[in-house]
Write a protein that binds this ligand. Structure first.
Ligand SMILES: [Zn+2]
Length: 287
């Protein structure tokens, strides 16, 4: 298992292990595994290495030991891991596309980590974007017109808009993912990112979340093993992108037409618990 021993977002080494498997939660772990994963986690994992770290500066959470790619693809090929994203509401996608349409410098739209779900494609087309889906882990069974799984297949094309929706929390190496996103950027490319907020799990209170992890007898937590490999906060998401040459996109158009989005983006800085970890960045080319 690969060890991540500095904060993947702010790169500091001021962190602590906040959750691991011990005598108090091992039964809950096995119950979750049995209910959702056909016991594959128990058969695959070394319990000593199931630990969640938390950065004391940006509050980013991550699995201290990340499963190998081979183990991850084995887990993700299990039926229970699939289609967790399909709950994204159509209306929500439309709202996102409308915001992007107002501020986009052009029509070329990359859906980074698209999978094969064509909800975004349909709505992007409706609003006259040229949609391209990109997902390196996607196994195409047949030739799909607008979906690609390698940079070369896309001819190293640059895009006006890049949508990174509910993707980064599943990625092992965030630096590599950001470098890959940058390969598709030109000056002023807009990158819209959305990830779950680890400070606002469904259970509402983070203390309760630590107490109940990995399973509360009702539903999966944001950081149930290994639904998500990373748990972002508004601060950690922002840190990650600023460190990689992006800046927050400020726009009067967003303020004027979508003030709720603007207010939420600012709430991120003020009240992390209420924030949405949904942000719009702009790429700045380094001189
Ligand atoms: Zn950090």
């Amino acid at each position: 298992m690969d060890k991540i021993s500095i904060c993947p977002s702010c790169k500091c080494n001021n962190f602590k292990i906040v959750i691991n498997i011990d005598n108090n939660n091992i039964d809950k772990f096995k119950k979750l595994d049995n209910l959702y994963y056909d016991n594959i986690l128990t058969s695959l994992l070394n319990f000593d290495k199931v630990k969640i770290a938390k950065c004391n500066r940006c509050l980013h959470h991550w699995y201290f030991y990340q499963p190998s790619n081979q183990k991850l693809s084995f887990m993700y090929s299990n039926k229970s891991f699939k289609d967790k994203n399909s709950y994204i509401h159509k209306k929500n996608i439309e709202k996102n596309i409308l915001i992007l349409k107002k501020i986009s410098p052009g029509k070329d739209f990359l859906d980074f980590g698209s999978g094969l779900n064509n909800l975004w494609e349909n709505i992007a087309h409706k609003h006259n974007f040229n949609y391209f889906g990109y997902d390196p882990y996607m196994q195409k069974k047949k030739k799909l017109k607008n979906y690609f799984n390698s940079l070369s297949e896309l001819n190293y094309k640059k895009f006006d808009i890049i949508n990174v929706n509910q993707v980064l929390e599943h990625v092992k190496n965030l630096d590599t993912a950001l470098e890959e996103i940058k390969m598709f950027c030109k000056k002023e490319t807009i990158v819209k990112v959305s990830v779950p907020n680890v400070l606002r799990p469904r259970e509402k209170y983070i203390k309760k979340f630590y107490k109940e992890w990995p399973y509360n007898n009702k539903s999966l937590h944001t950081m149930s093993p290994y639904e998500h490999l990373h748990g972002f906060t508004a601060k950690s998401l922002k840190n990650l992108f600023l460190r990689k040459n992006f800046s927050i996109k400020h726009s009067f158009k967003i303020l004027f037409f979508f003030n709720h989005f603007y207010i939420r983006q600012y709430l991120n800085n003020l009240i992390p618990l209420l924030s949405t970890t949904e942000m719009i960045f702009k790429f700045n080319i380094k001189d």
